[in-house]
Write a protein that binds this ligand. Structure first.
Ligand code: PSV
Ligand code: MN
Length: 404
């Protein structure tokens, strides 16, 4: 059967369920996945960084690569930056450089975890001097937001302790609240502060913001511009992330995502590569929430270690597109009826039916209507961009961003 025959079958099936195909396609065309600057530079584990020929060496090359991913997918028009990895002298010029390539600067991520003084923490450090230095960096990032027209300050802290008694947990909480209150006051008008949590690493006894509840409690005290960022890699095995998403959406405090697939720890693998159903279930909650999800920021947070960086980023964006498409074609009317009737397995089958539907013909059609190659991976594999940048940039030995 041809792709168009498959597409027609799906169109007929959706029509029979009363799902508006044009509406589904319009939503897919408006999808927006932000890619991270640090995903384009060399990175590795704490054991080894395997350099990749062509890996971006600075923020300008990262923006070039991000623009290329956007050109292939049509749904990745912004790039998160990490400061100081992406520090430049002229942020107005950086914003213009991005715009000239058809992308924009997305979330600004301060980095208060890499320098020597942060060994015992940053804004929760026992020393007031170190806390002030960390706070000054957060405020500097608010200023960078204004210059780059970014509307998201994305905060993650490595802060925590490794040993019982090492520091006062309550004292650290008070320091965290104080520093974030001061940072909040510097947010550019109309922007948001997203607070990310992580239950372990690099601190192992306790982390100061260990889970969504701590991030949420911190955000509501700060005000409406503060919300929670859910990094899919930052949970214990078996955590139901879709549940967290539904809860935060209902409370109006889901700010955004860092997508990745967690097998062992953190932001290791391509989102959807091993967790496609989890990603689909997350998108089902987002679709179900309707307008309440309108301002959610969708960002990839991955550092690719052994796989080609551009293809990995491309697959990541496409996996988000697939999950969203499947969530959009759920027969929600039947699902709600079955839920209300207590039809446990009927409801389950309705949901999983959408997950099991082959949406590739639908996505090919959407891309064709967007003027894109219907098969972005084939486009990547047949054009010469990766070879060109490998020849032009060579193999950098230093990382251009995250190291792990
Ligand atoms: C930390 O593990 C994290 O998820 C934070 O979002 C960082 O900013 C990012 O990874 C890059 O290291
Ligand atoms: Mn993250």
């Amino acid at each position: 059967m041809t792709i168009s025959a498959h597409y027609q079958l799906l169109a007929d099936d959706l029509a029979a369920k009363g799902i508006n195909l044009e509406d589904v396609k319009a939503k897919l065309k408006r999808q927006h996945i932000e890619t991270p600057s640090w995903g384009y530079g060399n990175s590795g584990t704490r054991f080894k960084v395997f350099p990749w020929a062509g890996a971006a060496r600075n923020i300008y090359e990262k923006l070039d690569d991000a623009a290329y991913i956007h050109k292939l997918t049509g749904i990745a028009p912004s790039v998160a930056i990490h400061i100081p990895w992406d520090k430049v002298d002229d942020y107005d010029a950086l914003g213009q450089y991005a715009r000239d390539r058809g992308v924009s600067i997305g979330a600004v991520n301060p980095n208060v975890f890499q320098d020597d003084q942060y060994k015992l923490g940053s804004i929760t450090h026992p020393s007031a001097g170190v806390r002030e230095e960390a706070l000054a960096h957060l405020i500097e990032c608010c200023e960078i937001m204004a210059k780059t027209h970014s509307d998201v300050l994305s905060l993650w802290f490595a802060d925590g302790t490794n040993y019982a008694g090492q520091d006062s947990i309550a004292g650290r909480k008070a320091r965290m609240d104080d520093a974030l209150k001061q940072t909040y006051a510097h947010l550019p008008a109309g922007s948001r502060m997203l607070i990310e949590y992580k239950f372990f690493e690099p601190a192992f006894y306790h982390t100061d913001l260990a889970d969504w509840g701590m991030a949420y409690a911190t955000a509501i005290k700060l005000g409406e511009q503060a919300q929670v960022l859910v990094d899919t890699g930052h949970h214990a095995q078996g955590t139901n992330i879709a549940h967290i998403v539904a809860f935060l959406l209902a409370e109006g405090r889901l700010g955004g995502f860092h997508f990745n697939a967690r097998r062992y720890a953190d932001d290791d693998l391509i989102v959807g590569s091993s967790n496609p159903q989890e990603l689909f279930e997350i998108y089902v909650e987002l679709v179900s929430a309707g307008d309440a999800a309108a301002n959610v920021a969708y960002m990839i947070d991955q550092s690719h270690n052994i796989e080609p960086k551009l293809e990995a980023m491309l697959v990541s964006v496409l996996n988000c597109q697939t999950a969203y498409a499947k969530a959009l074609i759920v027969d929600y009317k039947t699902l709600r009826e079955q839920q209300l009737a207590g039809d446990v397995l009927g409801a389950h089958r309705t949901l999983i039916g959408a997950f099991e539907t082959d949406v590739r013909p639908l996505l090919a059609q959407v891309r064709a209507e967007m003027g894109l190659n219907p098969d972005p991976i084939a486009a990547y594999r047949t054009d010469n961009y990766a070879q060109q940048i490998a020849a032009a940039r060579g193999t950098a030995t230093l990382s251009g961003g995250a190291i792990g």
